[in-house]
Design a protein around this ligand. Structure first.
Ligand SMILES: Nc1ncnc2c1ncn2[C@@H]1O[C@H](COP(=O)(O)OP(=O)(O)O)[C@@H](O)[C@H]1O
Ligand SMILES: [Mg+2]
Length: 284
């Protein structure tokens, strides 16, 4: 348990297991200031290949900003963010573009371009490469649509013709367009009703195991959190207060963790988690 709480840099980020290789994302001593407001204070976090690392924290604790910093869309005030071993804030524009081709992102808002069809939305990242012939793009778009459970009959629809769940799927297909190794999800199930949310969680699970993706996810939704996370990083007091598997993080004595996980919804999600762990144990 002591490994879960980050006290000194040496004790950061208990690795999911010992032979996972170097971190895919390495955040060191990061500070973010907006004017006089300090959002992140000496925050460090490692994310390893193949895991689903979930970030939780109160509203306004800087989860989205942290994702944007990992994507090179914002610069930290201090500290470093390395992705695939490259320091994002030192990278030149062409290097950054090259790195961007290896990750996909699904933002909470602005998931699709409203003036483009589903097909053109998903094709966009491939067309931007200016290297692929249109027939290759066509096959790839239909394949991505199939992967996320969108039939070809939706290809020519406009985003406004789609349900919330279908928009998320189309946005996910676009995020997967360039076959990324790293996928960022900001509140992927927010605004979906429970059935759609469960279906989306299964989809992420399938894609994660089939495509061997590393996933960095921000979520408030405890069902999504417990169903998907290899590890959970708790953002509180302006840094990563605790990081580890759900069962370890839940044992950390901190008011935010108590409040976030151990209310009635948290209790229910926890029971499901424990049942599943018991099932897995009996299957082993
Ligand atoms: N460009 C910006 N300028 C000033 N303040 C910002 C900017 N972006 C984010 N913030 C502030 O930083 C804090 C963290 O924002 P955000 O990362 O969106 O929080 P959340 O954890 O809810 O995703 C918030 O208080 C927000 O108002
Ligand atoms: Mg946010």
């Amino acid at each position: 348990m002591a490994d879960t709480v980050q006290r000194t840099p040496q004790r950061l980020n208990k690795r999911p297991d010992e032979d996972v290789g170097p971190p895919v994302v390495e955040i060191r001593n990061l500070w973010t200031r907006f004017g006089r407001t300090v959002v992140h204070q000496d925050l460090s976090l490692d994310i390893y290949a193949g895991e689903i690392l979930s970030i939780v924290g109160g509203s306004g604790t800087g989860k989205t900003v942290l994702l944007r910093q990992m994507l090179g869309l914002e610069r930290p005030s201090q500290g470093s963010v390395k992705v695939f071993g490259e320091d994002i804030s030192q990278a030149k524009p062409d290097q950054l573009q090259h790195m961007r081709n290896h990750w996909g992102m699904l933002f909470q808002q602005g998931a699709l371009y409203s003036a483009l069809t589903v097909f053109d939305n998903i094709a966009l990242p491939m067309r931007e490469l200016r290297a692929l012939p249109e027939d290759v793009i066509r096959d790839a778009v239909l394949l991505k649509m199939d992967m996320v459970g969108l039939g070809p009959e939706h290809a020519n629809k406009m985003p406004s013709d789609l349900s919330g769940g279908m928009i998320k799927r189309a946005a996910l297909a676009r995020a997967l367009a360039l076959e990324p190794r790293l996928l960022f999800l900001d509140e992927p199930t927010a605004g979906l009703d429970p059935d759609l949310s469960d279906a989306f969680v299964s989809l992420i699970q399938t894609l994660h195991s089939e495509l061997k993706l590393t996933v960095v996810m921000v979520t408030h939704d405890l069902d999504t959190l417990f169903a998907l996370s290899s590890r959970i990083a708790v953002l509180a007091e302006k840094h990563v207060l605790a990081v580890g598997p759900a069962c370890d993080v839940l044992r950390v004595q901190h008011p935010f963790i108590k409040h976030f996980f151990l209310g009635p919804r948290g209790q229910r999600a926890l029971e499901v988690l424990e049942e599943r762990n018991a099932q897995n144990d009996s299957e082993d």
